[in-house]
Write a protein that binds this ligand. Structure first.
Ligand code: F0G
Length: 451
């Protein structure tokens, strides 16, 4: 049962097929280059694209725009402390701003950073500071055909092997990303986080949780980890985050806001120095420590959004909607990673287009055809986005929070089913122009279909 209704609407339209073909050509067959008014259902990302509540909009009107000592910052501090359990925060304009602040304090050249799976901006910030990002996903996490309850977990065994190889002095930071966006949005258990805590104590590393989707993760934990069967989502979230020394947050996800982020630092004297250094870096890169690149009204929206994100009605509807989409796509014969993650359904484009080799981007072929068929925008997360990493060729359909209704998603299912029907006739693609940094190519490269 949906726990909200619309009271403001935004017109959208489905351009006709000819317009869609022309728009795709103009965009160089890269959907990042499409104008959003040419898109009917936009599943490019769940980041900052959701709908805020009336309570968030009301709080925004009262946002305190003071440069220093904003009351909205105090509200945000209280919300983060209540919901995530970190009473010391450094605000940032969005998640990657928080990453720059935190990893700039923690990572030195030559360091190795371990993560269940680095999200692309996380990887880039580790590299930017001279570190080497190493992924420690559990076996099968990157295989679309493998399913399990906590396929997002961090493989501590693999991490110990890395430490044995490079020495613990070189591993100052261990990160767990919940949910694991780069592994099909799969959740991480509390038991796993406890294991990572013990591992960090053993090797003397700082334990960071990337908490972007902490509420969705907590929902899965309650559902799948028997110890938490009777807990509230809010309790699970607090418990899970209580094991970390610090967190980074993109408030554009489970902050239910259109902008914002922060670093949270454990209130313990051993992290006083980290907190002070993070604040100094934030002043340099983000803004003064009581706004961090956010307007006062954004601070206010996040403060309310975080509290809404752990309400039962909200998160049940949220995870339920994504699950529904995954089940319907599966029933319609579209190969998807099962079970669906918290924020997105991942189509297995490699299986859908077995005739297109990875280097001809089967994921991009599916992305372009979803747009051509039904004005639906997804994103390729395979060889085009992550060149040379041997990741499976997936297409992510990320669902913005509280935004689309079931009939929009029915349209997505019908569109994807039509694409699946003729997938064996889809052509692969080649890149015709790309930016200098290969890691960032999927944002702006142009492609052409191979005939
Ligand atoms: N960490 C994770 C796990 C993310 O998914 C993202 C963003 C970030 C950090 C960076 O946050 O965008 O606020 O700077 N993910 C978006 C996505 C962009 O589409 O998955 P940001």
């Amino acid at each position: 049962m949906r726990s909200y209704r619309a009271k403001m609407v935004e017109p959208i339209r489905l351009p006709d097929r000819e317009e869609r073909e022309a728009a795709l050509d103009r965009a160089g067959h890269n959907v990042f280059n499409l104008d959003s008014d040419a898109v009917y259902v936009d599943l490019l990302t769940d980041s900052g694209t959701g709908t805020m509540s009336d309570a968030q909009w009301a709080a925004m009107v009262q946002g305190d725009e003071a440069y220093a000592g904003s009351a909205s910052f105090t509200d945000l501090e209280a919300a983060v402390s209540d919901v995530l359990g970190f009473s010391r925060i450094v605000p940032a304009h969005q998640g990657r701003g928080a990453e720059n602040v935190l990893y700039g304090c923690l990572v030195e050249p030559g360091d190795v950073v371990l993560n269940n799976t680095h999200f692309d901006t996380t990887r880039a910030h580790v590299v930017e500071h001279g570190g080497e990002p190493v992924d420690c996903p559990v076996d099968g996490a990157l295989d679309p055909a493998t399913s399990g309850d906590f396929m997002g977990n961090f493989d501590v065994g693999r991490a110990r092997e890395v430490v044995d190889e490079v020495g613990k002095e070189r591993v100052p930071v261990v990160v767990v990303t919940v949910t694991n966006n780069s592994a099909a949005g799969q959740p991480v258990s509390v038991a796993n986080v406890r294991e990572v805590r013990a591992f960090c104590d053993d090797i003397g590393a700082t334990f960071v949780i990337d908490a972007c989707r902490f509420a969705e993760n907590a929902y899965f934990v309650r559902e799948r980890e028997p110890e938490f069967a009777d807990a509230s989502v809010a309790e699970v979230a607090r418990e899970q985050l209580s094991y970390a020394d610090a967190c980074i947050m993109s408030a554009k996800k489970d902050g239910l806001a259109n902008a914002g982020g922060f670093v949270g630092v454990r209130d313990d004297p051993s992290f006083d120095d980290l907190f002070e250094r993070a604040k100094q870096r934030a002043i340099l890169y983000e803004g003064f420590t009581t706004y961090g690149g956010m307007a006062g009204r954004d601070l206010a929206a996040v403060a309310v959004g975080l509290r809404e994100a752990v309400t039962e009605e909200y998160v049940r509807d949220r995870v339920g909607q994504v699950r529904w989409l995954g089940e319907r796509l599966d029933a319609a014969g579209v190969p998807v990673v099962q079970p669906a993650g918290g924020h997105a359904v991942y189509i297995d484009a490699g299986t859908m287009c077995p005739h297109v080799p990875s280097e001809e981007f089967p994921g991009q072929a599916v992305v372009c055809d979803l747009y051509r068929e039904g004005g639906v925008r997804g994103v390729e997360l395979g060889e085009f986005a992550f060149p040379g990493t041997d990741r499976p060729d997936l297409v992510r359909l990320a669902v913005p929070r509280r935004t689309y209704a079931r009939d929009h998603l029915e349209h997505v299912v019908e569109t994807a089913a039509a694409v699946a029907d003729h997938a064996t006739s889809l052509a692969g693609y080649e890149v015709v122009s790309e930016p200098p940094m290969e890691e960032l190519r999927h944002f702006s490269a142009e492609l052409r279909p191979l005939t």
